[in-house]
Design a protein around this ligand. Sequence first.
Ligand code: WTA
Length: 655
Amino acid sequence: MADQKPAAEIADLLQEDRTFPPPEAFRAQASVRDEAVYARAARDPEGFWAGFASELEWFSPWTSVLDWKPPHARWFVGGTLNASVNCVDRHVRGARRNKAAIIWEGEPGDRRTLTYFDLYRQVSQFANVLTSLGVRRGDRVAIYLPLVPELAIAMLACARIGAIHSVVFGGFSAESLRDRINDAAATLLITADGGWRRGQVVPLKQMADEALKETPSIKNVVIVARLHDSAAPVHVKEGRDHWYHLLMQEASYTCEPERMDAEDMLYILYTSGTTGKPKGIVHTTGGYLVGTYATTKWVFDLKDEDVFWCTADIGWVTGHSYVVYGPLANGATVVMYEGAPDWPQRDRFWEIVERYGVTIFYTAPTAIRAFMRWGTEWPRRRDLSSLRLLGSVGEPINPEAWVWYYRHVGGERCPVVDTWWQTETGSILITPLPGLTTCKPGSATRPFPGISAEIRTDQGETVEVGGGFLVLTRPWPSMLRGIYGDPDRYVTQYWSRWTPDIYFTGDGAKRDRDGFFWLLGRVDDVLNVAGHRIGTMEVESALVDHPRVAEAAVVGRSHEIKGQAVAAFVTLKEGVQGGDVLMSELKDHVVRKIGAIARPDDVIFTADLPKTRSGKIMRRLLRDIAEGKALGDTTTLADPNVIARLKEQYQETGE
Ligand code: WTA
């Protein structure tokens, strides 16, 4: 864990005194209004979680709520259940049978609505399809789809037969897809002929074909016909590739769900860490479902009449937990939109809110900052009066953006819940409860009931008021259970900084006098670009993979819309000259290796990188240069002249 910046340093810069109590009309109807929930959960956290668990449907009950042998937890020990039964079957048996489960809109404007009964049938059918293609309990299934209903159907169908899904975001490159398939040894891939993004076709099957050249474990490929005809010609490999709609025509509507142990794996989701290799975060069935169910219900004050729209792509954890599992376990109506927020115009999101009467809207600060820049006329054009609650996730939200969101989207009547969590935590952990919490813009406020978070110093001392490292000091049901295929990394990465019962989040934070948490960003070599996690080492590996690059160091710099942007300092091999052509070639190379989300904003060619006398790259100095800031301590630098040269160059080439 190289070079951590003390959170306390930046903590002092944050000053925000405005407070926003729950708007009265909202408070009056909110389900959770009693402060006592916190004390009750703190007294008996296991009982608190068991209360939510008992609202779900189990084949057989658990014998103990928690078995905690730090850092390994088992929740709802001995219980058996099926996630798809909880997300569909149980709603079909009652009044929600004909309720809209998914309201979907494609970017070109095509629309579909699936009721819970539709969803139930299609999940069962596709589960039978998977079985007919040889997928068995415990097998891994890779999913590489645009944001279409078939993505949720595929996940739930896997869950139904006990297969483990690994969803790969459609914006990732062929190589990223290949590596994820191989890491999990997936036997089947579900993809599409393509998807739409800003009026362009994203040729997913073509990219998948590239990946499939080197994925020996894949036996079958299922292709969803999203574009149907023309737009992208699709290669269908005889015997391996099958069209989704043809398989579905043959499939029966009934499929007996597998009885899964609470601790059986539900899915793997890859996320960036501090090495060049993404980690396959493992979530299990019972605890994950309890965590997402409980937080969707309480954080979003969910009611049966709500229309819930989380704008995240399902390729990220936010989509797993708050497009699919959390809302569907609650029997909610979920909106899904395939495309870009500014397509064909900058009011597309508000048009969708108006069209479907969205009541709860959950998005990322990077989107809010873009809306701010586009101006208030766009939300003003549409009727947003159906909205009653707003949420934010993925990165720290600056107070200015919070207040803008509250005013111009929420019309000052909707609470804003700033929710902190991670792929690893599975569900929201630090958040307001909207009927209860008086919010301060920029603060994620307090740990959810039953969650225990603290600020620690490097030495492990607890900081009551002030800055430091954010840690979690008690296990929670939806916590990750491991890193796929790498049990040691699970322990060293998260549980080894102090004692093995303390989870290190990788985030810096400060706690104020009211016990509110203010998130300050990552303290490790992980960037957060437009709400997406990117490891600096991954980008560095992609760069040094280029034949002309000798060495690369990647840092984040602040960016008005994206929060952070990627700045790459590159030294070239002997005799190679930098220049605009090579610069864009290197950016494209990173896109090819990882995906467009990792494209460097700045590439700075340099003869040397600032190193300590022992040869370690001093990233802190590079960050300061990229930010155009005064430089920190340079006394340990091997060659002090490097810095002066770099600063000069950055001013010339940096954007
Ligand atoms: C950051 C996304 C501040 C944080 C759910 C965390 C946040 C990382 C917030 C996880 C927030 C997420 N305020 N920072 N409300 N929410 N983060 O795994 O740095 O994609 O560690 O999960 O995003 O990113 P991930």
